[in-house]
Each structure stands twice: as C-alpha cells, then as structure tokens.
Design a protein around this ligand. Sequence first.
Ligand SMILES: Cc1cc2nc3c(=O)[nH]c(=O)nc-3n(C[C@H](O)[C@H](O)[C@H](O)COP(=O)(O)OP(=O)(O)OC[C@H]3O[C@@H](n4cnc5c(N)ncnc54)[C@H](O)[C@@H]3O)c2cc1C
Length: 407
Amino acid sequence: MFIVFARIEDDKNITGFIFEKDQVEGLTLNPEETKLGIRSSSTRQVFYNKVKVHKSAILGARGEGFKIAMNALNVGRIKLSVAVTGAAKKAINYAVGYANERKQFKVPIASFGAIQYKLAEMATKTYVADAGNYRAGQNIEDHIARLENEGLSPQEAKLKGVEEYAIECAILKVFGSEVIQYATDEAVQIYGGMGFSAESAVEAFYRDARISRIYEGTNEINRLLLVKMILKKAMTGEIDMMTPAKSVVKELMSIPSFNAPSDAFFAQEKSVLQNLKKTILMVAGTAAQKLGDKLATEQEVTMNIANMIIEVYMLESALLKTEKLVLKDGAEMHDEKISICLNYLHHAVEEIRKNGKEALFAILEGDEQKMLLMGLKRFTKVQAVNLKEHRRNIAKKIIEENKYCFN
Ligand SMILES: Cc1cc2nc3c(=O)[nH]c(=O)nc-3n(C[C@H](O)[C@H](O)[C@H](O)COP(=O)(O)OP(=O)(O)OC[C@H]3O[C@@H](n4cnc5c(N)ncnc54)[C@H](O)[C@@H]3O)c2cc1C
C-alpha cells in the first residue's frame, strides 16, 4: 500500500494519493536495502515511471496533500517519542540486569560509582521524556475533546487537536530520539566488550536507535521548525511574546529581588524554571530583533534557541509530573523521582546557559553583549546540590529492583 504526495499538473499545492502497488503500472522497486538498524522493517527505493493513478486514489481532496502530510508527521513525532521512551526503559532493564550479574574485582559492576552514574543518567532522561510524552498526549486528547464538544467531526477534531500541539510533537521527537541514542550507547558501555558483540541484545538496540534522529523529520529540521512555529505564533499574535520580553528587559535593568521563594513543594525549582523562561525570552527576543529575517540563515543561533526551548519544556514536564505525584502520595513515596528532577534541573540550567551564551556571542558585541551576559548569569543561577548523592539515590533503586522503576 503506497501513500504518495505529488503535484497534479501545474497545481500550486501537492495532493495525497493512496493505492496498492498492483493497481498501477510503471511502479518498480529496488531490492531490499542493507541497513545499519531496524532490519526487520522493509526499505526499498521506489521508482515511478509515467505512473498513472485513477482519481479515486486521491487521498482527501486535490491540493490538500501538504496538510495531510504535515499532520501525519505531527502524530508520527509524538508516537516516535513514546516508542523510543519505551525502548530506553528496555535498554535500562538490560543494562542494570547485566550490571547486577557481571562481576569485576569480585563485586558486581553495579556497585561502582561510574556505572551508577550511567544508570542514573539513563533513568533521568527517560523519566523526563516520559513526563513530556504524557503531558503532551493528555493536552492533545483534551483539546480534541474540546473541539468535538464545539461541534467538529471526530476526524476534524483529531487533525486540529494534534496540529495545535505541533511544536510539542517536534520537541518530543528531538528529545526522545536523543534519549534513546544516549541510553543505548550507555547500555553498550555497561556491557563492555560483550556490548560490542552481535550476540548481545544491546548491540541491536544501539543500531536500531540511530534512525530515530533521522526519520519523521531529522532533528535539525525539527529544531528549525519548532522555533519557526513559535515565532510565527508570536508574529500573528496567537501568543504574546513581546509583553513578557519587555518585562524581562525591564527586570534586567533593576536590582535583583532577594525574596526567598515560598516553602511550597518545588517552589525553589519553579523559580529557577521561571528564570530559564526569561532567559529564552531574552535570547530569542534579542535574536529576532537583531537578526530579523536573517535568523532563518543564522541556523546556529536558531539551534541554540531550539535547544533552550526543548530543555525548558522537558524540565517543566518532569517537575509538573513529580509535583502531582508528591501532592498525592507524599514526598517519601517519590524520593528518587525528586532526585531525578533535581538532577535534570541542573542539566537543563547548564544547557541553557551554554546555548544562551553561544547565541549572545553570535549576535551581540560590546556593552550590549556584556549586559545580556550578566542577565544570563542572573537568570541561570541555581543552588548547589550534591548531584552525586542524588544520582546514587536514583541508581540504588534501579539496582535493587533490577529494572527501570519510575513509571
Ligand atoms: C529506514 C528509513 C525509513 C524511512 N521511512 C520513511 C517513511 O515511511 N515515509 C517517508 O516519507 N520517509 C521515510 N524515510 C525518509 C526519511 O524521513 C528521510 O530520510 C529524512 O527525513 C531525511 O531526509 P533525507 O534522507 O533526504 O536527508 P537530507 O534532507 O538530504 O538531509 C541530510 C542532512 O542535511 C540536513 N539538512 C537537510 N536540510 C536542511 C536544512 N534546510 N537546514 C539544515 N540542515 C538540513 C539534515 O538534517 C541531515 O543531517 C525513511 C528513511 C529511512 C532511512
């Protein structure tokens, strides 16, 4: 069964077609390709030599192919993220299973801090991906239900419901695919020489993971796209970026507040999160103002902004999920998940600081640069915590349970 997008005659827009191979003439296939991974999935080059299809093969309406293709991609992106997050949990299960079994210097390698660091980082990133997937998934379902209540047909509601969260789908695709890459790479490392052997399951996990950064739109394209979509929403007034951006600049000129955050759960962390959002407004606002249309060709800066946005969305998702759990069951029940959040918070702050700095270096000079770099320092301030102990706390639980256990 083929789903193909093509232009009819001189149409401006492409049209979608759906047909079976045997229903058309002139369609030929190359042999199966030998691939790095996902070898059970068929991949062949397709050639269309003067292929004619009956008009009944039109998918949707003439000229509406782009909308169909884009919506298929949006759904595909969040689905990919969910699938790879599941695969990351599996990679952790194999890695911890091996680490508990394999002995070196007469003790299981799971007892080594270097291995515990890896397990904790794999679990942290996986938990954060999970939190983002469920958050966006619920948002999409709620929006679909709202649109249906407003009288849209289930099909229209689904299309529009997912479209509304296209930015989140792109964020999750990039994040999830990089988590699975990280998790499978570390799983191979934990297996040591055995991980390099085609006899071990993790060797295939490592190879299979690689495609996820490429298909459903490469991560470069998704990064560019998500920034473009946000800027478009800001230009059309769908979201207000200017008012908060202006108040950030005003705040930069004022004396920092020394008010301690409240002692509510995660108050400190939420205050850091707020500041990280201000960093994005500051950097993205400056980039839009200084570069204007040139931002599209200054891809390195766009990538910096995309990285910052991804970190904030993912961190916020993990904090929200954990806060909900803690308010329901108490902090003691979710001790390791709190460690995960603190671990990720520090990672996100570092990433945002690094990307913010690179972007400001690229777009500003002199006093203006100095002032915004000071702002960056102020907005990425974070209290010191013993990350080593938090990672050990996370790893201890995984090692005891012999599996990923933070669902
Ligand atoms: C195993 C497999 C299965 C697939 N399954 C499907 C499928 O079912 N349906 C389907 O439609 N497609 C499928 N694809 C195609 C897949 O989506 C594309 O390979 C992918 O989108 C990348 O496009 P490309 O290969 O043309 O790479 P290119 O577009 O040539 O990209 C090469 C490199 O350049 C970068 N690049 C390209 N354009 C830009 C730009 N404007 N700015 C900055 N960097 C850029 C890319 O990020 C990448 O790093 C599949 C591919 C594979 C390998």
